[in-house]
Write a protein that binds this ligand. Structure first.
Ligand code: PXL
Length: 301
């Protein structure tokens, strides 16, 4: 049989639905996710959860428009168009209702060879973010059951597992981390990535550790701790993981790419004197995403 274009339909540009808020100023959520994934050759189709004038970290009196009531109209129209997504990626969610809508979205658009990525944004440094209620934590536990990949930080991992979120750095033993990764995977996700894990014997390092259930492998990438807080780095990390997996990278290479990119972005920003709340100087490092990984530093954990 001769080659026929109508039979062979490679997808030159994978598509991801991105269920996140649009914050106009400050480089968080969609204003980071879209440029990162576009640079990596992925089409981003946003489903806005809320529209804000700025993100909420260190800004006051911001404009906030809750988009919850309109999300279902997006989904309905997209269903009528029979759009097929290679990935569905969700992050910060503002209400229990939004979590339910994401679950419905996944149900409607689930197909084979697709990655569902849930960044269960709930808190950091042992405490939940201002807008996160107990009910939202409960809903998030339900949502992660439907994900293939989740990317909690240590605080979020603890909350999802009903563990105390304010665990101290010296309690992070090898066995405890492996136990958490496995238990999170038992909830449903095939791949679990926990970020911002302190390395007790090296206070200048932090690590990202992951579990791949199919291959029964644990991976780790360590990075130098840079003492600067910039909002939005979690969104940058998970966007690069999403792009990397969609391009066919292995889990450890995706981890390396994400850790390296976040580190580059923070280093490119830290030496400049400007308000941290404006986020990292993303635009100055975006091109690095097109470079191959040359010095991979991942290890078996
Ligand atoms: O980057 C996380 C994030 C997402 N969305 C909003 C935020 C933040 C962090 O502050 O305020 C609205």
């Amino acid at each position: 049989m001769s080659y026929s274009q109508s039979m062979y339909k490679p997808n030159p540009v994978p598509k991801t639905a991105a269920i996140h808020d649009l914050s106009g100023f400050g480089r968080a959520s969609l204003t980071s996710i879209i440029p990162i994934l576009s640079t990596m050759g992925i089409q981003v189709c946003p489903v806005p959860t809320a529209i804000l004038s700025t993100h909420t970290s260190d800004f006051k009196d911001y404009f906030f428009f809750d988009f919850t009531e309109h999300m279902e109209a997006f989904i309905k129209h997209w269903e009528s168009l029979n759009i097929e997504f290679d990935a569905i990626y969700s992050g910060f969610l503002g209400s229990d209702k939004q979590v339910k809508i994401v679950r419905e979205f996944i149900k409607s658009f689930r197909k084979k060879n697709q990655i569902i990525i849930v960044d269960p944004v709930l808190g950091d440094d042992g405490i939940t973010y201002d807008t996160i209620t107990e009910n939202l934590v409960t809903q998030m536990k339900e949502l992660v059951k439907h994900a293939d990949v989740i990317t909690p930080n240590v605080t979020e991992a603890a909350l999802l597992l009903n563990e105390a979120p304010s665990i101290s750095a010296d309690q992070f033993s090898h066995n405890l981390i492996k136990d958490w990764l496995k238990r999170l995977s038992d909830l449903g996700p095939e791949m679990v990535i926990i970020t911002s894990i302190p390395v007790p014997e090296h206070p200048k390092l932090s690590s990202v550790v992951a579990y791949d259930r199919t291959n029964e492998k644990f991976w780790q990438v360590q990075c130098t701790y840079i003492p600067a807080y910039f909002p939005g780095t979690g969104d940058i990390f998970t966007s690069v993981i999403t792009g990397s997996l969609l391009k066919g990278d292995s889990l450890p290479i995706a981890l390396d790419r994400s850790v390296q990119f976040v580190t580059q972005a923070i280093r490119a920003s830290f030496g400049h004197n400007y308000p941290r709340r404006e986020g990292v100087l993303l635009e100055s490092v975006l091109d690095n995403l097109r470079a191959p990984i040359i010095n991979a530093s991942y290890e078996i954990f």
